[in-house]
Design a protein around this ligand. Structure first.
Ligand code: C2O
Ligand code: CU
Ligand code: CU
Length: 489
């Protein structure tokens, strides 16, 4: 296999649990130029998400673990990942946030044929950017992601960056029935038109509630990834001061989150430096309080009794090395606007429908332009008046076309009454402004969260040819029409 995962197994005890399955993968003779080989098999399985005395939850999983194995790749080193489909329905894998060739992007019907049951597909790419990414299916997304198919993808810097420990928290949100099974009713019109399928159990690396054992004085690089279908999160670290180092895998100037509250929308990743300034033996809660009145403890930092690792506090963390992103040229940029429309409660104007959308209004509604067969046949959302539903195989004309190399100045306007983490495939967006105000810390994101009525301006260089998705990462919203395609020629 590769030095990468051996390295992290020896150095990082905490991750060894999820990495266990990776060790059983076929070994390849190591050559200097050897391609890093991995296998992911999607299949039904089960997981102990809650207390050990509760029945396990039947899930769908990669390599029998929930979340799937942590794929640790190296910046600039080619990888070949064979995906085997052990499910009874089509699947694909999308490498969320990785800039790669269009044919490797994992969108069924758009960039590749779906992987049929018992079939497999070989993905090959060379990650240009170091950082925290993730992988997930792009077929029947709501169900496949909601049943557990997701894993972290870490691209290590070509030159290692020093931390005492490097940890990842994959955050997943489950809607469980009383018997511990995953509740049915995926894609209900209610979820689709409102906040999406928010669950009733959040797990950290597949378990809840989770204790993270730490040692006083150490500096941890904690990679947070929100792999939930729909749940927004806002994390507070009791007694600690996290410093944001990277957003969506892309390094930024180190800064503390506003009001100490780290907002993490579905599909977003944030890397933080966390100095363990608590007391040996102490226990500090990590709380998610995104939704008013619904705060809960996500995890706890549980200090062992060992004396502090260092006596003197460290200097503030320095910036991570930047990735080789092409710099937008705003003067020559081509302007595009994306307007998000639909949803319940005055959610913007859907063409031909008018502002106020009620549940009855959504049923069997016809939108101007094309009406696609959506969830329950009822597209609830639209981008610029068009509802593209499903996972990307709708075969629609692209919303806009960019000549290769041009800078696109993209305005995203949320006319709706709901939050939307808007995600673009294949590119990273440089944030320019939010509601007219410049963004304080220069940052690149592949998933940009828009509050109700927000307008965000961003820019990217269209340096990678192909048809690329742009969609809300609340899976219900995506499936019900909040998705589009643009083309780079
Ligand atoms: Cu995370 Cu279209 O994907
Ligand atoms: Cu993506
Ligand atoms: Cu949305």
């Amino acid at each position: 296999m590769n030095s990468g995962s051996n390295l992290f197994l020896s150095r990082r005890g905490f991750l060894a649990v999820t990495a266990g399955t990776a060790l059983s993968l076929p070994m390849r003779p190591t050559r200097a130029s050897a391609i890093d080989e991995r296998t992911l098999r999607a299949a039904p399985g089960q997981a102990q998400l809650t207390r050990p005395d509760r029945p396990p939850t039947p899930t769908w999983a990669y390599n029998d673990t929930v979340p799937g194995p942590v794929l640790r790749l190296r910046q600039g080193q080619p990888v070949r990942i064979t995906v085997e489909n052990g499910l009874t329905e089509d699947t694909t894998v999308h490498w969320h946030g990785i800039r790669l060739a269009n044919a490797m992007d994992g969108v069924p019907g758009l960039t590749q044929p779906p992987i049929a049951p018992a079939a497999s597909f070989v993905y090959e790419f060379t990650p240009p950017d170091a950082g925290t990414f993730w992988y997930h299916p792009h077929a029947d997304s709501l169900v496949q992601l909601g049943r557990g198919l997701a894993g972290a993808l870490i691209v290590e810097e070509a030159e290692p960056v020093a931390f005492d420990r490097d940890l990842i928290w994959m955050l997943q949100d489950w809607r469980l029935a009383a018997d511990g099974r995953i509740a049915g009713g995926f894609g209900s019109a209610m979820d689709a038109a409102m906040s999406g399928r928010v669950g009733n159990l959040v797990t950290v690396n597949g378990t809840a509630p989770a204790d993270q054992s730490v040692r006083a004085g150490e500096r941890i690089r904690l990679r947070l990834a929100n792999a939930a279908l729909a749940r927004m999160m806002a994390l507070r670290f009791e007694g600690h001061r996290p410093v944001i180092l990277a957003i969506d895998g892309q390094p930024c100037d180190p800064h503390e989150p506003e009001h100490g509250r780290l907002v993490l929308a579905p599909a977003m990743r944030v890397d933080i430096a966390l100095d363990m300034q608590g007391k040996p033996g102490g226990r500090y809660q990590v709380v998610d309080d995104f939704y008013d009145g619904l705060a809960y403890t996500l995890a706890a930092l549980a200090y062992d009794k060992a004396p502090p690792l260092r006596v003197h506090p460290l200097d503030l963390p320095t910036a991570l090395p930047r990735n080789p992103l092409p710099e937008p040229d705003l003067d020559s940029a081509l302007r595009q606007e994306i307007v998000l429309q639909g949803g319940m409660m005055g959610g913007g104007k859907l063409a031909g429908v008018g502002g106020m959308m009620g549940m009855s209004g959504m049923m069997g509604m016809n939108m101007k332009g094309v009406t696609m067969p959506g969830m329950n046949g009822t597209p609830a959302w639209a981008i610029n008046g068009v509802s593209m539903t499903g996972d990307g195989h709708a075969g629609m004309a692209p919303q806009f076309t960019l000549r290769r190399g041009v800078t696109c100045h993209l305005t995203i306007r949320n006319e709706t009454a709901w939050w939307h983490p808007m995600h673009v495939h294949g590119f990273s967006l440089l944030l320019l402004s939010r509601n007219g105000a410049p963004v304080p810390h220069r940052q690149w994101q592949d998933t940009v969260l828009l509050a109700p009525k927000d307008t965000v301006e961003c820019a990217f260089v269209a340096d990678n040819p192909g048809d690329w998705m742009l969609h809300c990462h609340v899976a219900d919203h995506q499936m019900a029409g909040l998705m589009t395609v643009f083309r780079v020629t």
